[in-house]
Design a protein around this ligand. Sequence first.
Ligand code: LR7
Ligand code: MN
Length: 584
Amino acid sequence: MSALAPDGPGEMGRAVVVPSERKKEAKDAFKINQFNLVASDMVSVNRSLKDVRMAACRSKTYDPLEVLGRTSVIVVFHNEAWSTLLRTVHSIINRSPRQLLEEIILVDDASERDFLGKKLEDYVAKLPVPVFVLRARKRTGLIRARLRGADKAKGKILTFLDSHCECTPGWLEPLLYEIHKDRSAVVCPIIDVINDDTFEYITGSDMTWGGFNWKLNFRWYPVPQRELERRKGDRSLPLRSPTMAGGLFSINREYFYEIGSYDPGMDIWGAENLEMSFRVWMCGGTLLIVTCSHVGHVFRKATPYTFPGGTGRIINRNNARLAEVWMCGGQVLIATCSRVGHVFRKVSPYTWPGGVARILNHNTRRTAEVWMDEYRDFFYKFNPGQALWGKKDGDIGVVGEVEVFEERKGWRMRGIKQTEVGDVSERKALRERLKCKSFHWYLENIYPESQMPVDYVSVGEVRNKQSNQCVDTMGRKTGEKIGMVPCHGMGGNQVFSYTKKKSFQTDDLCLDVSSVRGPVKLFQCHGLGGNQKWQYDKQTLTIQHVNSKQCLGTPSPTARDTPSLGACDGSLSQQWLLGNIDWK
Ligand code: LR7
Ligand code: MN
């Protein structure tokens, strides 16, 4: 069925060249989906793709296929484009052995586009595989939409995909095989990148796995050496990943329910992937990236979100964070985020009823409250909640996002308010019932490389006793100096953890000194002490750099906002209070 026109646009995953007379049209249409719709529409819904698997994968066989069981593939969508949605459907049909495919279930999450109505139903009715379209009349968000799809599924296995994916040759067999061997395995393909502008198919790496940062954003990180050794260097064996991206995975249907399916209290988008990752590991399952399976995904890039209540670029703290969520973690990610052709976008093309910050904080808090035990403090310290905006002091009417132009009109952020979490008692009861292990166990055994320190002394601000100012990263990066400004109590750049390894850590960066005279810089934490080892003395309140024996103090008169490093003299300027310290 594929490759009817082997030289057609995008065939074999090649980049599409939009003819110059359609460039303007393409530019205008970009914002509809936050990807190049003209390019996508030029590509056949049956386009061919290269076999991107490593050699060792291509020679694996899974006979007899029947024992693996059949899968229902569930694709939820809200206002997806026709061509991306249908390419997802056709790529499933074209590249799945018929004996393994029970049905495809499309769950329409209250889309507002006519072509996704009857036209879609008529189209899928003619396909050689049963395809069902379920409709949510009111926007339920992707989490509840998936629960709806799962509820209707008949297959032994459930496979979830985003609505802008492309499955490559051999994608399904190795996923189902891992579940056949272990019914409590939750398995993800490598997610390849489908470029949002050219629709070129770019193979992802098998050397990245899923993690998360202090903001509880999902991020890709390099696979550590120990995981390669565990597999004796055989990269065609599945990886034990600490977390999953969330959109593309297979799971035994009965096990999906045994382990608590999804948290139906989560709205629209976000955090369900970490929730499921923690839950699976802590409650006895395994989470694998099956490196022999590749599926592509489309990513979004720009920044113009639309929000109920206005359009425009959002400037509050939470939205700066949101942009990172969409990017799945910056450069590291772009190279590796995807491997099942999924279109990766950096901007959301749809609305977030209730506001982005509220929805993300709500979902993330539910994950943190139920699964993270004391480590939820890292999230709360970093992100004390939604911004409160007002025009004058004492006027804090607006919670959440305020547009740039309004800020210029005199809006200022005047405080912060924690988002409500809702009722989590049922999820806590589930954790009890399943007798799940602690988050400490998870960090120690599954994710010791985490940037959440397994053992820590404090997490919070580092406040100087003399000036009442706080150490602040100023949003700077590795290799740059730290700063010091008035404490603002809003988390973010002023949150540090003093760890049992005696480092001062903020997310993945540590305070580091490489010259006796300083300055104190930020460097990637290496966990080996050395330049990153500090002694905090709870009697004298001093922070002494161990190698250089120098003490941290307020900036010298000429240094503006850079904390000093000098001989320890017991002065008030060298005394520091650490946020919520709890000497255990
Ligand atoms: O209200 C909504 N209703 C929906 O049905 C909002 C979204 N959706 C659908 C949407 O049409 C799409 O099919 O949900 C799916 C995911 O939304 P995207 O594609 O707009 O976002 P995303 O690709 O960034 O989503 C990633 O993170 C989500 C967190 O909730 C989900 O886990 C997505 O499945 C996940 N996607 C992937 O893992 C693909 C790889 C991206 C990375 C890293
Ligand atoms: Mn997606």
